[in-house]
Design a protein around this ligand. Structure first.
Ligand SMILES: [Zn+2]
Length: 171
């Protein structure tokens, strides 16, 4: 029997939230005439980044133990900006663009930022206590603010990635 990947209920909920937000994101881009991400190849290529975005925040359990879960460094936009910086600095971005074109790079960025944003939003919905930050209201503001920042990346990736290197938008 082939190897079967089992998802815990929590992992499945985060993945589902990510897919829902991804559909909303594609709808937004479609309305704006941004066809780059709507190509079936781009939708497919965004999936690994989307999955990683929904899962990465909970890696604080693995690194810090359950007592350190919902660490604000993991439950924020920081993982996106750090990885995007590494992605660019070590030359992965240039390599990916050479291999798969700008569409691939854009799909990875948007997929990952949407996945991470969906994780923050679901944690607000389920009221997850964020470590180091006192009180539920500040926790929600923290998660909501970072989800909004990631939403900005997902909605306006050209601003971040430099519009001149991307295919023209159909208006
Ligand atoms: Zn979480």
């Amino acid at each position: 029997m082939p190897y079967v990947v089992r998802l815990s209920p929590a992992r499945f909920e985060h993945l589902l939230a990510g897919v829902v937000l991804w559909v909303v994101c594609l709808w937004w881009h479609q309305r704006r005439g941004e066809k780059t991400l709507l190509h079936p190849v781009a939708v497919l290529l965004a999936m690994p980044g989307l999955y990683l975005g929904t899962a990465l925040s909970d890696w604080d359990i693995w690194l810090l133990g359950i007592g350190g879960h919902r660490n604000p460094l993991f439950h924020s936009a920081l993982p996106y900006f750090v990885l995007a910086w590494v992605w660019r600095t070590v030359g992965i971005e240039a390599m990916i663009q050479r291999l798969g074109g700008v569409r691939l790079n854009l799909a990875v960025h948007v997929g990952f930022s949407v996945g991470l944003a969906s994780h923050m939003l679901l944690d607000i919905w389920q009221y997850g206590d964020v470590r180091w930050i006192p009180g539920g209201t500040l926790d929600r503001l923290w998660l909501g603010g970072h989800a909004a920042l990631l939403g900005g990346v997902a909605c306006f990736p050209r601003v971040l990635l430099g519009g001149s290197s991307l295919p023209p938008r159909v208006t």
